[in-house]
Design a protein around this ligand. Sequence first.
Ligand code: SAM
Length: 249
Amino acid sequence: EPALYVVATPIGNLGDMVPRAVETLQTVDVIAAEDTRHSAKLLEHFHIETPLVAYHDHSDAQRTLQLVARIQAGQSVALISDAGTPLVSDPGYQLVAAARAAGVRVVPVPGACAVIAALSASGLPSDRFSFEGFLPAKQVARSKRLADLASETQTLIFYEAPHRIHATLTDVAEIMGADRTVVVARELTKTFETFLSGSAEAVLAKVAADSNQQRGEIVLLVAGAPKQQLVELDGDAQRIMSLLAAELP
Ligand code: SAM
């Protein structure tokens, strides 16, 4: 049955390419890729000879509809991005939304994803988390975003550029607190994979002291704010509270 396959590719380690991804990319009629030159290398490594077409979210609506029309005409299309899972801070949303709107089958072929890999090994609470994508690049907007998130109790996860990690950690320490626990997960699945964890202040100091920590690909995780303690009132306090409450306008 014709479909749009949303296929994850490795985030560094080619051993993370799952067999179903290889099989899918080999058998579809065309692969829509964020950057065809970049993906050509991956496909070559896995002996995949399927034709590639460029696709990104700035592709015009017509390109999106053309791909959907191909599937409606009986072909299968695979969507890949440069690394990891498409649509996660990567192109594909417009295409998947258009395919769904047209009633076309959309099939995920899951695999590597930096946010999940980082969270799974970070040691931070993973029962609830909020993926926040990339923070704004400009300092004023970034500070505002961090201030908006400061009282969030879920684990917060960001993608960050290596040349901004120092500035961002400085802002996190200032806005969310020097003692807030953070984890910098760097170069996941690659040779120089490192996890730095500790207070925002301590991790900032480590990053400042070692310029290698300002290179490569980075996921920044920030522990959620402590949950508000619900105070149990004893009998007297309860009576006083209700007396006071009665006086409120
Ligand atoms: N779609 C991808 C995914 O599933 O993770 C993410 C694409 S986004 C454009 C690229 C960002 O993801 C990088 O700037 C970095 O923050 C993060 N990232 C990707 N690969 C990584 C890796 N191997 N280690 C750490 N972070 C990585």
